[in-house]
Design a protein around this ligand. Structure first.
Ligand SMILES: NC(=O)c1ccc[n+]([C@@H]2O[C@H](COP(=O)([O-])OP(=O)(O)OC[C@H]3O[C@@H](n4cnc5c(N)ncnc54)[C@H](OP(=O)(O)O)[C@@H]3O)[C@@H](O)[C@H]2O)c1
Length: 315
């Protein structure tokens, strides 16, 4: 089988296609024939080392790449009964056999069947993007039962997690202001949100609303940038609590980190919402998997201007 891999940390130049032995499923494991795999900023941070301590875990070099995948179960190991060969499934890969490859090896309880109405490309945007968004919305963007007019702002609402986050937050009863740029802002206007702001021309402070929660998925804002738009007890939460936030996170009552690790419960919520037609999927563009190195280079260097997720597909 072919897989995309890297032998050392770095930019897209460390990527190579390799021919490796296909995996054999152990007890409770399955092998999946990959049909689609979406690209996440976290894939790139894992390769470059930007995830810090989290980078110390995982398989040895050479490492595979690609968290999200969707495909068809090819082989099942002993003890697997939840899925069978031929089933269409999606999940978050976590072994040497990751999504940017012909085959994924994964525990059977880490995948879910794809509803008939959902394509492989759409399904591959769910395990990280929608599952994280479901977590973000339930942890940070859901009003208490006694809380009327709970105003939230999602910065980076046009991204892989953001497009799902605004939908889950609205479903949870929040009044949602989405902040995105250009085409993404245009797309969000059809989502029936409280307000959509284009970050190129508009600011939260000028909107007049004072927000209970402002969550930043774009990694472009500090607490100081949005302080004026917070309500008295409001809170700015960053999804990327890097060094530049350390000081404010330590000293400002209204600045906090947000953690929302995608897991199977988030994927269950996303699939349930899609099955009820309450979640719009967000495939922005698809490219053949064989072009993955070029596509990743363009993605990382900001040349791919698409609204929604970039997905690599296999026939
Ligand atoms: N803390 C956690 O537990 C956790 C878990 C999962 C992921 N994450 C992190 O969460 C982040 C978001 O992930 P993602 O997949 O949604 O990333 P993404 O797809 O790259 O989305 C980021 C979005 O921010 C937009 N943006 C850029 N500048 C902006 C600005 N000034 N104002 C508003 N929006 C702006 C980008 O649009 P343009 O096209 O206009 O640039 C893009 O649509 C990543 O950094 C990821 O590593 C954190």
């Amino acid at each position: 089988m072919k897989r995309l891999q890297y032998r050392r940390r770095g930019g897209p130049e460390v990527l190579e296609w390799a021919e490796v032995d296909g995996p054999k499923p152990g007890p409770n494991e399955i092998v999946v024939d990959v049909k689609a795999a979406s690209i996440n900023p976290t894939d790139i941070k894992m390769r470059t080392g930007e995830l810090g301590v989290a980078n110390m875990f995982g398989e040895p070099f050479p490492k595979g790449m690609g968290l999200d995948f969707a495909g068809i179960v090819r082989e099942i190991g002993q003890g697997v009964s939840a899925v069978a060969p031929g089933d269409a499934v999606t999940g978050l890969s976590a072994s040497r056999y990751r999504g940017f490859a012909d085959l994924v090896l994964i525990k059977a309880d880490k995948v879910r069947r794809i509803p008939d109405s959902v394509t492989f490309a759409e399904a591959s945007t769910l395990p990280m993007g929608a599952a994280t968004a479901a977590k973000v919305a339930s942890k940070y963007l859901t009003p208490r039962p006694d809380q009327a007019d709970y105003h939230v702002a999602v910065l980076g609402a046009g991204g892989g997690i953001g497009l799902y986050t605004v939908q889950f937050a609205r479903e949870a009863g929040a009044l949602v202001t989405a902040v995105a740029g250009g085409l993404a802002a245009d797309a969000l206007r059809s989502f029936d949100l409280d307000r959509v702001l284009d970050y190129r021309t508009e600011t939260l402070a000028a909107s007049g609303t004072r927000f209970d929660t402002i969550i930043d998925l774009s990694d472009r804002y500090t607490y100081q940038d949005v302080e004026a738009a917070l309500s008295r007890n409001g809170c700015f939460r960053t999804m990327t609590p890097t060094m530049r936030h350390l000081r404010t996170l330590a000293t400002e009552r209204r600045a906090k980190a947000a953690f929302a690790l995608a897991d199977i419960s988030g994927l269950d919520k996303a699939i349930a919402a899609i099955s009820k037609k309450r979640l719009i999927t967000n495939v922005g563009a698809t490219f053949p998997m064989e072009n993955a190195i070029d596509v990743l280079r363009d993605f990382e260097e900001g040349r791919l201007k698409v609204v929604g997720k970039v997905v690599l597909t296999r026939p």
